[in-house]
Design a protein around this ligand. Structure first.
Ligand code: DOR
Ligand code: ZN
Ligand code: ZN
Ligand code: ZN
Length: 365
């Protein structure tokens, strides 16, 4: 098929290392198919799913079962993170190192019951993992960096949210440690003034890590520009609006709008288009060695997104495909619009229509 890109931009497909697709067990919030549609619509051609599904992915058996359940359900390519568990599942971690992207450890409280506090468990999880991804905040970022140094493991720090954390990572990199950092679009674009806008936003915009201050937003942008922060991961964490309004529930959907928001950052001179491609596509693939049929996934296998960067329409709730059915960016003028998404040479999304559930699991070796 010949696709006429006309005056539009063609970018490599986005690799999102941080999503919660809720399948199995929480599929009222999202399922693998709707989550992958949100990806396709957002220009994401490969995503990595987090282990806080139900049951939590902390044994080889649960991982294998999850993979079986999700086979043939995704529009885009995908991989999985394994979960480190509070009672030290390092023997399970050993069995799955070549079946997952990384081991994810929750070092601070978040959605799900996966917090690991026991120091011995943390040490064993580090020792037995290929690469460790952490939900760590504040001092725990420092602690995680110490573990990575001591046990000589690559460390991926999910969703930095403060200036202090950016400084911790800057120092670690100066020391030459293999430490990588991620930031979400919401920690770049939103802050406490958005949370406190009204009663509804006080519930909807709650997430872990919490949104911080304008000053933190700026420090995160600076970290992204100067190479301290390596990747954009969305932390796509869909919850239904009823769930969010009824009781404090952390997380927000975002995979559908991450590229469009980051293109807004380009228009506002927060980041160059070249750097955007590095942090959304090339670096995530390289850091986590995301492979497809043994080849490093950096867009070369025909995963492409066509965007109209002159589009200045507003992000609206009506067109959303995520089951969460709301967006923190409603009414925001997008920095560009995803027109078409191409997976391994085939059009999978164009003009609000989806084609073919052909997503497959990435390879890990
Ligand atoms: O706000 C959050 N929600 N932070 C996380 O770390 C997990 C996520 C979720 O799964 O809902
Ligand atoms: Zn997290
Ligand atoms: Zn997360
Ligand atoms: Zn690919």
């Amino acid at each position: 098929e010949v696709i006429d890109a006309n005056k539009n931009f063609v970018l490599p497909g986005i690799v999102d290392l941080h999503t919660h697709m809720r399948d199995p067990g929480l599929s009222q919030k999202e399922d693998f198919t709707t989550g992958s549609m949100a990806c396709a619509k957002g220009g994401v051609t490969t995503f990595v799913d987090m282990p806080n599904t139900v049951p939590a992915v902390i044994t080889e058996k649960i991982l294998d079962e999850k993979k079986e359940i999700l086979k043939g359900k995704s529009y885009v390519d995908y991989g999985f993170n394994f979960g480190g568990s509070k009672n030290d599942n390092s023997s399970e971690i050993c069995k799955v190192v070549d079946k997952v992207v990384a081991t994810k450890i929750f070092l601070n409280v978040s959605t799900g019951d996966m917090l690991v506090t026991d120091e011995n468990a943390i040490v064993n999880i580090f020792k037995n993992s290929k690469i460790v991804a952490v939900h760590a905040e504040g001092e725990m970022v420092k602690k995680a960096i110490e573990f990575a140094k001591k046990y000589n493991k690559p460390l991926y720090l999910c969703h930095l949210s403060t200036e202090e954390e950016v400084n911790f990572v800057r120092e670690a990199k100066k020391e030459g440690l293999e430490v990588y950092a991620e930031v979400t679009p919401h920690h770049l674009f939103l802050n406490d003034s958005d949370v406190n806008r009204n009663e509804k936003s006080k519930m909807l915009l709650r997430t872990k890590p919490e949104l911080k201050t304008k000053k933190d937003n700026e420090a995160l942008w600076e970290g992204l520009r100067d190479g301290t922060i390596d990747t954009i991961g969305t932390d796509h964490a869909p919850h239904l609006i009823e769930e969010k309004l009824k009781k404090l529930t952390f997380g927000m959907p975002s995979v559908e709008n991450s590229l469009e928001m980051m293109l807004k950052g380009v228009k506002e001179n927060k980041i160059t288009l070249q750097r955007l491609i590095e942090v959304m596509c090339t670096s995530p693939a390289k850091i986590m060695k995301i492979k497809n049929k043994g080849k490093l996934e950096v867009g070369y296998d025909g995963d492409l997104v066509i965007v109209d960067i002159n589009d200045s329409t507003k992000i609206d709730k009506e067109s959303l495909v995520t089951k969460a059915n709301w967006t923190p960016y409603e009414g925001v003028v997008r920095g560009g619009k995803v027109l078409t998404t191409i997976l391994r040479g085939k059009k999978i999304y164009s003009d609000n229509k989806f084609y073919g559930i052909n997503g497959r699991e990435i390879s890990y070796e």
